[in-house]
Design a protein around this ligand. Structure first.
Ligand code: UDP
Length: 240
């Protein structure tokens, strides 16, 4: 499978179905794997955060979570064909593993959110085996206990929703200790799975305007989203 580099970040050119198939393969392989799903904000963040850039370069799969990244690939020889968001990728993986023995751990979000997300997902994907849930707010002692708990239950799939770049760094530094086969950083996906946050209506997604929907419904994201025009500017300047 090909790769395309957007401002130094190596994106895999998988379509959604191929990415989900490959993720399920990873669950059955020896060793541990990491999937990152950066959007343009994270690509921009990685320009000034060497640790984050290093993790993105070392990840086993990097998928484009944002039409901005897909757009940017038009300047490369190898194009990205579609957006592969962390949220949709995880749902596609659930669909594939719900009748298998593979287990999942939900880690992240405000207290109660991951629990609710796990309940909703078990209802939607009958047979899904959730072996643990923990919120994303912890001190050092709780973190040690949490890692010990993960090691004990050894989930195959570890979903980490701590926001970026915290989740990528947490996964990179701790995956080995957890014994999980595959970890994916999924941002605020538990908020959506739990029903606490509505996903943009399909029409916004189809028109590539999900970012605009998020801006008008969560205006506190405005400052973060200022990175978007900077991303477009930098891509035009550097990738031409
Ligand atoms: N979060 C967390 N622990 C933290 C900071 C954030 O669990 O210390 C969670 C937060 O509750 C939210 C998610 O991380 O569910 C971040 O969501 P956001 O939409 O900002 O992430 P993005 O997908 O944009 O990276």
């Amino acid at each position: 499978m090909g790769k395309t580099y957007i401002l130094g970040v190596p994106f895999d050119t998988y379509k959604m179905n191929e990415a989900a198939d490959r993720a399920v393969e990873m669950l059955g392989e020896n060793g541990q794997h990491i999937i990152c799903t950066p959007n343009p904000e994270i690509v921009m963040e990685a320009q000034n955060d060497r640790e984050l850039m290093g993790i993105l370069k070392a990840a086993d799969m990097v998928t484009p979570d944002g039409v901005g990244v897909v757009w940017a690939s038009k300047y490369s020889k190898t194009k990205l064909t579609e957006r592969v968001s962390g949220y949709d990728l995880v749902l596609n993986i659930f669909e594939r593993i719900k009748d298998t023995e593979y287990t999942v751990y939900f880690f992240g979000g405000a207290p109660g959110v991951a629990d609710k997300a796990a309940e909703m997902m078990k209802e939607k994907y009958h047979g899904l085996k959730v072996v643990g849930v923990h919120n994303g707010y912890f001190d050092e002692k709780e973190e040690r206990n949490l890692i010990a708990e993960m090691k004990r239950v050894q989930p195959d799939l570890l979903l980490v929703g701590l926001g970026s770049p915290k989740q990528e760094k947490w996964i990179y530094n701790n995956l080995r200790l957890t014994g999980a086969k595959l970890a994916i950083g999924i941002g605020g996906s538990f908020d959506v799975m739990s029903g606490n946050l509505k996903r943009a209506p399909k029409i916004f997604c189809r028109l590539g305007l999900e970012w605009f929907y998020r801006l008008i419904t969560q205006p506190t994201r405005f400052k973060r989203m200022l990175k978007l025009p900077k991303f477009v500017f930098k891509v035009r300047k550097e990738m031409r």
